[in-house]
Design a protein around this ligand. Structure first.
Ligand code: IYR
Length: 253
């Protein structure tokens, strides 16, 4: 969206257009106007501990792998709750927390989701993705059959909330909802890995509306990520991928 400010003739990009929100004289912030600011109680670590923690966290995270071959072995749902609690600690635009995490455990629901996704994915692979995309994916040995959708004990579907409503019924803008949601999913992946579990970061293409209506979600929500969570199957293989070293991903001044 483009808006012109003042009479400078300058055209600025604005991220959020509130021109469709009606009368401006009843404006009240989404957070309490008198929101208290309280002292932070920082946990300051000795430098050597900081170095050790940062290295150990990296070494731990560097062991994370996406998998596509899950075991049906289950685990306590309390772990799922803690993982989602962790995702909910992510920062968000104006603290709008624009996310809904749907946990699917019921086989009936998993089968319905799998049916929607496989039908769409078959068309994606056969028609929509094009030669370049399917060629790029070949080494990963993926296809439209998503067995993990009915095998993994839990599936987490992550919906972004484009906006919501304040208690007075006026629209509450969810600033940067896409970025906020993606950060939360990063936290979610770290929490899954830290719990000793495995996942696959998937973004079902063209399945959003059908899954949204299957799960009875409001039209203010859009499906962005779908993550099966579980243990790997005994014979689980992963592609022998390598990560770029630091000097290829960092630029210092
Ligand atoms: N969504 C499809 C295709 C796919 C696309 C990318 I980019 C991947 O890294 C892996 C798969 C699927 O899930 O098979």
């Amino acid at each position: 969206k483009k808006k012109i400010f003042g009479n400078s003739g300058r055209t600025e990009r604005v991220e959020f257009d509130d021109s469709d929100l009606g009368e401006q004289d009843d404006l009240s912030p989404a957070l309490p106007e008198d929101l208290a600011h309280i002292p932070l109680k920082p946990e300051i670590l000795p430098t050597d501990v900081m170095i050790r923690h940062s290295r150990e966290f990296y070494e731990k995270m560097n062991k994370r792998r996406s998998i596509r071959n899950f075991s049906s072995r289950s685990f306590p749902k309390e772990i799922i709750y803690n993982i989602i609690r962790t995702a909910g600690t992510a920062p968000s635009g104006a603290h709008t927390e624009p996310w809904t995490f749907i946990v699917v455990e019921s086989m009936d629901m998993k089968e319905k989701i799998r049916e929607i996704i496989e039908e769409e994915e078959e068309m994606n692979y056969k028609k929509r993705m094009g030669k370049t995309w399917t060629t790029d994916l070949k080494p990963l040995k993926t296809n439209w059959v998503k067995e993990y959708l009915t095998v993994a004990p839990y599936i987490i579907l992550v919906f972004k909330q484009t906006h919501s409503f304040k208690s007075d019924g006026t629209k509450k803008i969810h600033y940067y909802n896409e970025q906020s949601l993606s950060i939360a999913v990063g936290f979610l992946l770290a929490a899954i890995h830290s719990a000793g579990l495995y996942s696959l970061t998937s973004t079902p293409l063209n399945c959003g509306p059908a899954i949204r209506s299957l799960l009875n979600r409001p039209s203010t929500e859009k499906l962005v990520f779908l993550l099966p969570v579980g243990y790997p199957a005994e014979n689980c293989l992963v592609p022998d991928l390598h990560r770029k070293p630091l000097n290829e991903i960092i630029v210092e001044y």
